[in-house]
Design a protein around this ligand. Sequence first.
Ligand SMILES: Cc1cc2nc3c(=O)[nH]c(=O)nc-3n(C[C@H](O)[C@H](O)[C@H](O)COP(=O)(O)OP(=O)(O)OC[C@H]3O[C@@H](n4cnc5c(N)ncnc54)[C@H](O)[C@@H]3O)c2cc1C
Ligand code: SF4
Length: 556
Amino acid sequence: MRLRSGPLLLGGRNDTFLLSLGCLGSSHESYALRIYPYVVRGTDGPVKEPRLILILGDQLSPNIAGLQSADKDRDVVVMAEVMAEATYVPHHPKKIALVLSAMRKYAEWLKQEGWTVAYTQLDDPRNSGSITGELLHHATNFGATKVIATEPGEWRLNTELTDFPLPLTMLPDSRFITSTSDFANWAKDRKELRMEWFYRDVRRKTGLLMEGDKPAGGKWNFDSDNRKVAPIDVRPVPPPAFAPDKHVSAVLDLVEARFAANFGDLRPFSYATDRDQALQVLDHFITHNLPHFGDYQDVMIRGEPTLWHSVISPYLNIGLLSPLEVCARAVSAWTLGAAPLNAVEGFIRQIIGWREYVRGIYFLKGPDYVSSNALGHSRKLPDVYWGGETGMQCMKEAVAQTRSHAYAHHIQRLMVTGNFALLAGIDPQQVHEWYLSVYIDAFEWVEAPNTIGMSQYADSGVLASKPYVSSGAYIARMSDYCAGCVYDVRAKSGRMACPFNVLYWHFIDRHADQFRSNPRMAVICRSWEKRNASDRAQIMADAEELLIRLDQGEPL
Ligand SMILES: Cc1cc2nc3c(=O)[nH]c(=O)nc-3n(C[C@H](O)[C@H](O)[C@H](O)COP(=O)(O)OP(=O)(O)OC[C@H]3O[C@@H](n4cnc5c(N)ncnc54)[C@H](O)[C@@H]3O)c2cc1C
Ligand code: SF4
């Protein structure tokens, strides 16, 4: 396996900034600017015993901070496949297979590069079962008394490492454009933490799609040109598929033996598992699907799980791709005339905007953020989320492709499964655990703010200015699902009315007191209150009946 860090073409750029992030190379010099320990216990004396360099399964970047500060001749890289990580939620088998395969191939690369690697496989009989257990074991084995780690992407592991009994230096994760402290500074004294303002600052800071101090094309955001309905003769090209090599095959057998009961199909498995393959997925997207990314970003089509989306989140999130190299590729496609500005701006906004912003919120709001439940929702997650029977075509489609691919695109996550959970008043904790389990790209720093904040409004509007809810009309407009559904999307009431229509007004009614103070929701509350009393009574009665059926476990 070869790890590429080739030259990048940038448009409207700020190379000095990118270099300081190590995006254009991986030299120690370029990282010197960014690496400084923020948790240090114990002291660094003149001793030369080996230190343990911990690399986690989502830290598989050639220039991860821990590695940058290590010494090949002295230190030992520790990588461990452990049950604690494989079972903290019932992960989709494809997600476990991706992480373990990519870890093994990354460890091979490290060895080829001359590193000493202490690698624990999941089925090693002496595997202690936890990251800290493996660190302690290797500390004894190698006579190491110090550990260097790169900050993990979730509070759970962060706490475990902070409580580790040996001196441990935790380095900031320099793969992100905005560090957690930069984000805290940005957020300080702001009344509202809106993504759009954050995104503009990151555009200025990186120089991406900037012409001097002005946004390219004169606008920061081209969403008004996006979100079209796809004509029937325009179809996406699916991402490349990779046949399992010897590492992946061994992992698939292991996962099959140990995690067969988890929700999701393990085989066929065709995800990229090393940086070269991930770069092929990126190239493919830039060539074939980026040009239509903006236009058809919100479209949903039966039998088309990935549409014009990039499907690079699994690789970005485990470190096989870096956010800035991905954005630089997209911007260079625009510079070369191979992709329109609305597509490229829409795409980079997801990465330097949303992706960085949700991480900032996750760490800013602290470990209790994931337990937020501002709307007091407590209903059990219905079986339909685990593949249970349903006549709702949109839910059937989103869950079926989640089971097969461990992937659904953003609009399916937000406006189908998320929308339904919010309208039906499902306990946000259960919704959060579902998303964290079933998606191949799910790591808590990115999943939780999207679920708790954006999708379930459980943080009372920290992240979203209003709840993302809609009746069936939105799904009918953006998809071909409703044509094959047992429910009637035009019907507002009655047993065969689309459940989204029925539940939408029940949701507004039950939270009206809370929503009236939000100007965007107040308009909707008023329109509900203006409806005639008998219509309202009928909708509420239909919704109550539907919720009782849901509580009784009856399939909808
Ligand atoms: C309820 C819910 C849960 C989600 N859980 C996750 C998750 O666990 N992991 C995850 O990476 N994304 C999550 N997202 C965000 C988004 O849906 C996925 O990033 C996207 O669908 C990944 O597919 P893609 O690579 O084809 O994305 P594209 O549509 O091609 O977008 C390009 C990239 O932009 C980034 N991106 C886009 N939207 C977001 C967003 N809202 N937040 C963060 N990054 C974004 C991703 O890195 C993505 O790869 C969630 C969204 C919702 C509504
Ligand atoms: S009618 Fe309603 S439930 Fe059926 S597919 Fe359309 S939006 Fe979904």
